[in-house]
Each structure stands twice: as C-alpha cells, then as structure tokens.
Design a protein around this ligand. Structure first.
Ligand SMILES: Cc1cc2nc3c(=O)[nH]c(=O)nc-3n(C[C@H](O)[C@H](O)[C@H](O)COP(=O)(O)OP(=O)(O)OC[C@H]3O[C@@H](n4cnc5c(N)ncnc54)[C@H](O)[C@@H]3O)c2cc1C
Ligand code: FES
Length: 259
C-alpha cells in the first residue's frame, strides 16, 4: 500500500550540473520500496504547482528509514524542489508503480542507463548485489562531470561499470548504445535492465533481442495522479496496439517482450 508521508529532508545538495541528491527520512515508504518504483513528490509546501512530480527511488537505507532521490532541474517543479533546505519537510506519496523483476538464484545482470535515467539502476544494483548476483553496468552521460555521481555510486557498490560520455571525457566516446556495440561481451547476461531516453531504450531492447537476453525497461510519461486513476499517463506500448497501459500503475517497468 502506498503511504503518504511528510518526509524530513536530511540533505538536498547539488551533485553535478543541475543535478541534485535529496535524502528524506520516510520510514513507511522506505520499508516497502522496491527497485524501479517511484515516489510522487509535491515540489512546494503550497498547492502551486498543483501536480506532484514523479521521481525514481535512487537509493534506500532501510536502517535509517530514508529514501534518496536524484533529480535534474528541468522546469518549475524541480527548481522549487532544489530550494528545499535540510530539516524542512516534503510531502511524498509512494512507493508507486511496478518495479524491476528481481532474479532468482545467482545470475548475471547488465544494467544500462542513459543520463538521469541511470538513477533507478543504483538502488537496483544495491539490491541485486545484496542478493549475490553478478552485475555489470553501462551508462551514458554528456560528460565526465555528469557521469561523476554515478561513477562514485557504482564504485561504492563495487559494481563493474562502463561509462560512455558524449565528449569522451570519461570512458567510451559516444552513446551508451555505441558502447554496447563496441563491447559485445557485456551482452553475456541473464537479464538486461534499462532506463533512459526512449530512443536509447529501443536500441537497447534491439541489442538484448539480438543477443537473446531477456530484459526490462523503465518508461517515463508525464503523470498527474500517479495511481492509475486519471489516465494522464496512458499510452500504447507499440503504435499497432489496441490497448493502452497506464505507465504509473502497469509500469513504469515493462518487459522488453511487450515493446
Ligand atoms: C516514473 C518516473 C520516474 C522519474 N524519475 C526521475 C528521476 O529519478 N530523476 C529525474 O530527474 N527525473 C525523473 N523523472 C522525470 C521527472 O518527473 C520530470 O523531469 C519532472 O516531473 C519535471 O518537472 P518540472 O516541473 O521540473 O518540469 P516541467 O515544467 O513539468 O517540465 C519541464 C520540461 O521537462 C519535460 N518533462 C516533464 N516531465 C517529464 C518526464 N516525465 N519525462 C521527460 N520529460 C519531462 C517537459 O516536457 C518540459 O520540456 C521521472 C519521471 C517518471 C514518469
Ligand atoms: S498518472 Fe493518473 S493514471 Fe497514471
């Protein structure tokens, strides 16, 4: 059951250009949080803007009862969120949506992220590591500066991580899709988990199919209610589908086979 909490912000600090990391004490949400799920955050203490903003669970500390979000300032809501100070409260609802399917036994997983879409793969990496799976990550960013926050987190978790940067300042020069084509051994996995821009996820889905690996993607859609009630996030997974899915409730994580 999703919870509504007034979470206590312990940190909200810049960790890159327009990138902020916010840790919030929210024990009811932390207790239930699964990798790939998201929270719906009210960006200000007033009702302007009216709508909450969906943000993925970037990390969870069950002992502290805290969740961490990593967000990019792209508009009014995230700009307001970046002004919240530590010891202030934020109104959050969650955890919401269907998260990533976890693995049984001891398996190999490849995590593929693009831009701020790498955020939910950090908590996934933590949980898969704790469960004893073998993980590699490939992630793309504009520059070493944008990649730094993920490089640090993957390093902290002890995950073998392969960066790609558009300006070549860290790792492979180009997109993460180019990196995968350049390093075909990364396809030796039992499952691929992917989150990032839609075109990139399409290319990673094609890569997974070519290599006969099953996988999941986490989709993004503008959201209003976040709980399946308003149809604001309804979309087709394929242009030829007759059925619509609600990204907030049926997803945001979907099996690559459905795409
Ligand atoms: C399930 C889910 C998880 C997400 N997790 C994260 C996360 O962990 N970190 C993070 O930084 N962002 C994440 N997002 C995107 C985030 O919700 C939006 O960036 C945010 O709502 C923008 O709010 P705003 O008021 O700042 O911008 P707005 O003023 O609403 O929009 C500014 C610009 O951003 C675009 N935009 C708005 N919402 C989205 C969206 N969902 N996807 C792509 N572009 C959008 C708008 O078209 C516009 O161009 C997630 C979105 C979803 C659906
Ligand atoms: S946002 Fe309302 S149904 Fe998904």
């Amino acid at each position: 059951m999703p919870a509504l909490e007034k979470g206590l912000v312990t940190t909200n600090q810049p960790v890159g250009e327009l990138l902020y990391e916010m840790e919030i004490i929210a024990p009811k949400i932390a207790r239930q949080a699964q990798p790939g799920q998201f929270v719906h955050v009210r960006p200000a203490s007033t009702y302007d803007p009216l709508l909450r903003r969906p943000l993925s669970l970037y990390d969870v500390n069950h002992q502290l009862g805290s969740i961490t979000l990593l967000y990019k300032v792209v508009g009014r809501g995230t700009a307001l969120l970046s002004q919240v100070k530590s010891r202030e409260q934020v109104d959050i609802m969650g955890p919401l949506g269907r998260g990533f399917t976890l693995l049984a036994g001891r398996q190999k997983a490849l995590l593929v992220g693009g831009g701020v879409g790498t955020a939910p793969l950090i908590y996934l990496a933590r949980v898969l590591q704790e469960q004893g799976h073998y993980i590699k990550a490939a992630y793309g960013a504009a520059s070493a500066q944008e990649a730094a926050v993920f490089a640090r987190k993957f390093n902290e978790l002890g995950v073998e991580a392969w960066p790609a940067t558009m300006d070549g300042s860290l790792g492979y020069k180009g997109t993460v899709v180019g990196l995968l084509q350049n390093e075909p051994h990364l396809a030796k996995a039992d499952r691929i988990y992917c989150c990032g821009p839609e075109k990139m996820m399409e290319a990673v889905t094609a890569f997974a199919r070519r290599n006969h690996v099953k996988g999941e993607v986490s989709l993004e859609e503008a959201m209003a209610c976040g709980v399946g009630a308003c149809l604001g996030c309804a979309r087709k997974l394929n242009p030829q589908d007759n059925e619509y899915v609600k990204v907030c409730k049926d997803g945001p994580v979907f099996d690559m086979d459905l795409l």
